[in-house]
Write a protein that binds this ligand. Structure first.
Ligand code: MN
Length: 278
């Protein structure tokens, strides 16, 4: 039985994206090799609406899935085909961009906006699949309670409790884990899976290190994850999935396998033929 060690710690730095949204870019385009199949993680933690109200106006996506999960806050979503929805605290939108969508994501004013957007890469064979939305409400996310531990299963399965989705293209375990102070959390996953956590609140200890909030921790391949909450407890998001090991060509919100595919996307956007499926 081997225990996962810390491979890398990322995050911490605040930056701006969209029309001027303050966020922590936890992982991004320079991290794809290590975090495969995860491409990007943006974290929101803002109690001043001015930090996010400008939102993410109209932009395209192709070749990826975006998974937006909020502990608190509200984000309105709309696409160019008239699909609309709102993500509320405790809820998740699992959006498959596939062949292409053009959408906007506009956070609404609330006392606290706390959550993340994760980009999951699509396998080469599924890059141009039909776009799809799965709107998961808070009451659809099961809560598993253990001594000093609360686990919300956003995706995948935890100790026999199934989440509302599993990931249609990349089977993804997505857990929201709340730990009381100094409580240990142990999780066995296939060692081939890329496993990382994002620390939303508090701090954790693992592999002889203490890591504060607003950081992600990527772990090495091994049988079990062992983490312990710091003296203030911890709230973490945990992500685990098998890597795709395919070439990545990345241009802003479009992630394909080759530069040619990026050129095609760019040309289609300028010609107005980007949207393939309605
Ligand atoms: Mn988007």
């Amino acid at each position: 039985m081997s225990i996962r060690a810390i491979k890398r710690i990322t995050g911490g730095a605040v930056q701006y994206d969209g029309a001027g949204v303050k966020l922590v870019r936890v992982i991004g385009r320079d991290d794809t090799e290590q975090f495969d199949p995860f491409l990007l993680l943006d974290a929101f933690d803002a109690d001043n609406p001015a930090d996010y109200l400008k939102g993410f106006p109209w932009h395209p996506h192709r070749g990826i899935e975006t998974v937006t999960y909020l502990i608190e806050g509200e984000i309105e979503h709309g696409d160019s085909l008239g699909n609309t929805g709102t993500i509320y605290g405790g809820g998740c939108q699992w959006m498959t961009a596939g062949s292409g969508i053009i959408h906007q994501e506009m956070p609404q004013s609330s006392p606290l906006m706390l959550g993340t957007q994760l980009w999951v890469n699509l396998p080469k064979k599924d890059k141009m699949t039909h776009p799809a939305y799965r709107d998961i409400t808070a009451d659809q996310v099961p809560l598993v309670k253990e001594k000093g531990v609360e686990v919300r299963v956003v995706s995948g399965s935890y100790k026999g409790t199934d989440g509302p989705v599993f990931g249609d293209y990349v089977k993804t375990l997505y857990l929201d884990v709340k730990l009381e102070p100094n409580v240990e959390f142990v999780l066995a996953r296939p060692r081939e899976e890329t496993l990382f956590i994002y620390i939303v609140r508090g701090s954790i200890h693992s592999d002889g290190q203490q890591v504060p909030y607003h950081r992600a921790v990527l772990f090495t391949s091994a049988d079990e994850l062992h983490i312990r909450a710091g003296s203030d407890g911890a709230r973490i998001f945990l992500y685990s999935a098998l890597p795709l090991k395919e070439p990545i060509a990345w241009a802003g919100p479009i992630v394909m396998n080759s530069r040619e595919e990026l050129s095609v996307a760019r040309e289609e956007l300028s010609k107005g033929t980007f949207i393939k499926h309605s």
